[in-house]
Ligand binder design. Structure first.
Ligand SMILES: [Zn+2]
Length: 597
């Protein structure tokens, strides 16, 4: 299909810089005679970025230190967390008890450093049921002694009892709908410590059991399966258990007078799984309609990425204070305000969040600089879903996620600041998705999709890095992908191109010149013998002959110099009426000029 229809060239002739040759100026990447100068930020990305900002503001007002980013190599591994909360959402005072089982992975570990906000008072700490005195408390840390020190393969357990008012602006929000109190959490990236003590690092995954004891009338919704629900003395206790290990930022607490909407997903093997969503009673009827497509979302993504990872428990969504989406395993949080607005089409958001069950929850970035492994994947999953479910063109889907600007929202490198991973959501979400789209285009669908399944197989229930992704696709493709990852993941901006063409007098040959005019050089974090200053990529152009026929030609831009000239057979064997650059939208770029010379 020609994209000419969708990106008509505005044939405004301008004098080109090169020797006064007449060049025709293409409209910037968006084409169509207009360009959205401001691309709306990804809805989820905006919500996550604002939450981090609010949290930082609240912390600076209270004089607290910002949370520290922990290294991954601690010498121990938390295997399980058993978390209990007791509270009344109307009173906001949180009482908690967390028991963790810990495995030594090297000898001589004498301290267990936990993250916990200073707002909480520590009531009791025990190791293997014996009281211990914390080594340190403050600056967001609770450090417990391990005496004698833990050895490799040694196991021990700790229990922390604590209580207090959770920090304002933190992960746990108290709110009301009508007059009914509610309490919900969004802890990503550094907020688990705002309501429970843990090793708040995505790299240390653990299985989790979470209970809450609440006044009558309240419902507690969380991850995995509801294993018990007791009512004694007018107080209710709900216990949820997720058998698969997940990162601490993924444990949610959701409390209000929820009602449920139930549905069924038929798995790839024909068995069924419950879909249970927790919504506000006043929105139940409207939400039942808008959540009716979840079985289709699940079936489509399972066909793309393999079976839904938590098919032994459930999936569902829960109404939250958070005006976006957050991918808690088996229970995605969606803003109650979005769910209450019947005019909002939530398909893209729901698909994005559901895809995180594979990309983010099952396979998680090891460190926050690789947040694109969650968000770029989930953003590209929106495009893959539309392609698979509705036959949408993925190139157009990607173009709709680009502002077409050299230094626009997609300008920063895909790799994020680990201390502020959601600062540049355009790069993390959309340029990350573009990287995957380009990888697919370069390696072909068979390798790309096989790679996604292999990515899952290798790193399920664990964490991974961009280096792991590169190694996997290098294995599958037999290619060196250093240049690809350097230029698209590590390097800011994008190439800006001037394309010139001419045909020989007999129209048998086509000469194509590709000039990269960007001023920045490709970044190479690790030097390699084949590093180049310029981008390298296959470039496809669509030729239209004077007789209206079309043909595509692909040339290998090598990045060896700013201008490269390619002399190829003109498959039309006729003079050209037009030339369209990258008709399938498989390259992130700016086309400055294109025309005969
Ligand atoms: Zn996301």
């Amino acid at each position: 299909m020609s994209s000419r229809v969708l990106a008509p060239v505005l044939a405004c002739a301008v004098l080109g810089a090169a020797g006064g040759a007449l060049l025709r100026q293409e409209p910037p990447f968006h084409g169509g005679g207009h360009r959205p100068a401001l691309l709306a930020e990804h809805e989820e990305g905006r919500a996550k970025r604002l939450r981090v900002l609010e949290n930082a503001l609240a912390r600076s007002e209270s004089g607290q230190l910002p949370p520290s980013v922990e290294g991954a190599d601690r010498g121990f591994d938390v295997l399980t967390y058993d978390v209990w909360f007791g509270f009344d959402p109307a009173a906001q005072l949180l009482e908690g008890r967390v028991t963790m089982r810990v495995l030594g992975v090297k000898d001589g570990i004498a301290e267990l450093p936990l993250d916990l906000d200073d707002s909480f008072e520590i009531q009791r700490t025990r190791r293997d049921d014996v009281d211990v005195t914390p080594v340190r408390r403050g600056a967001g840390k609770l450090v417990l002694p391990i005496d004698p020190p833990l050895r490799a393969e040694g196991r021990t357990s700790f229990t922390v009892n604590y209580r207090g008012l959770p920090p304002a602006g933190g992960a746990l929000a108290f709110w009301r709908h009508g007059t009914v109190p509610a309490a919900t959490t969004v802890a990503e990236p550094f907020g688990a410590r705002d309501f429970w003590p843990c090793v708040d690092d995505p790299h240390d995954k653990a299985t989790m059991t979470v209970s809450a004891t609440l006044p009558a009338g309240f419902v507690f919704a969380s991850i995995g399966k509801l294993t018990t629900r007791d009512e004694t003395d007018g107080r209710r206790t709900f216990t949820w258990k997720l058998p698969q290990p997940v990162s601490t930022y993924l444990l949610p607490l959701n409390v209000t007078n929820y009602v449920t909407i139930e549905d069924t997903y038929t798995r790839l093997d024909g068995r069924t799984m419950p879909i249970v969503s927790y919504v506000l009673p006043e929105n139940r009827d409207a939400d039942a309609l808008r959540l009716a497509d979840i079985p289709r979302h699940l079936a489509t993504l399972a066909a793309l990425f393999g079976e839904y990872p938590y098919a032994d428990t459930k999936y569902g969504i829960v109404a939250s204070h958070f005006s976006g989406g957050m991918e808690h395993p088996t229970l995605t949080s969606v803003g109650a305000n979005l769910l209450a607005d019947p005019g909002r089409d939530l398909t893209v958001l729901l698909v994005h969040e559901l895809s995180h069950q594979w990309w983010g929850d099952l396979v998680t970035m090891r460190t926050w600089d690789d947040i694109w492994l969650n968000e770029g994947f989930a953003t590209y999953a929106e495009v893959l879903y539309a392609e698979k479910a509705d036959g949408a063109d993925p190139g157009l889907g990607m173009r709709a996620r680009d502002d077409g600007l050299y230094a626009g929202a997609l300008g920063p490198p895909v790799v994020a600041d680990p201390a502020d991973p959601f600062r540049n959501t355009g790069a993390v979400y959309r340029k990350g998705a573009w990287a995957l789209h380009m990888l697919r285009s370069e390696l072909g669908d068979a390798t790309f999709f096989a790679g996604l399944l292999e990515w899952r197989r290798r790193h399920a229930f664990g964490t991974a890095t961009r280096g792991d992704l590169r190694a996997l696709y290098e294995e599958l493709s037999g290619r060196d992908l250093k240049a690809f990852f350097d230029q698209w993941i590590e390097t800011p901006y994008r190439p800006t191109l001037r394309i010139g063409y001419r045909t020989s007098p007999d129209a048998a040959q086509l000469t194509l010149t590709v000039t990269q005019t960007q001023t920045h050089a490709v970044v190479h974090p690790a030097a390699g013998p084949d590093d180049r200053r310029w981008y390298r990529f296959p470039l496809t152009v669509r030729l239209t002959g004077v007789d209206g026929r079309t043909a595509d030609v692909t040339v290998p831009v090598t990045g060896r110099s700013a201008t490269e000239t390619f002399v190829v057979v003109n498959p039309l064997l006729a003079p050209l009426a037009d030339l369209d650059v990258d008709p399938a939208n498989v390259l992130l770029k700016v086309v400055e000029t294109v025309g005969p010379y």
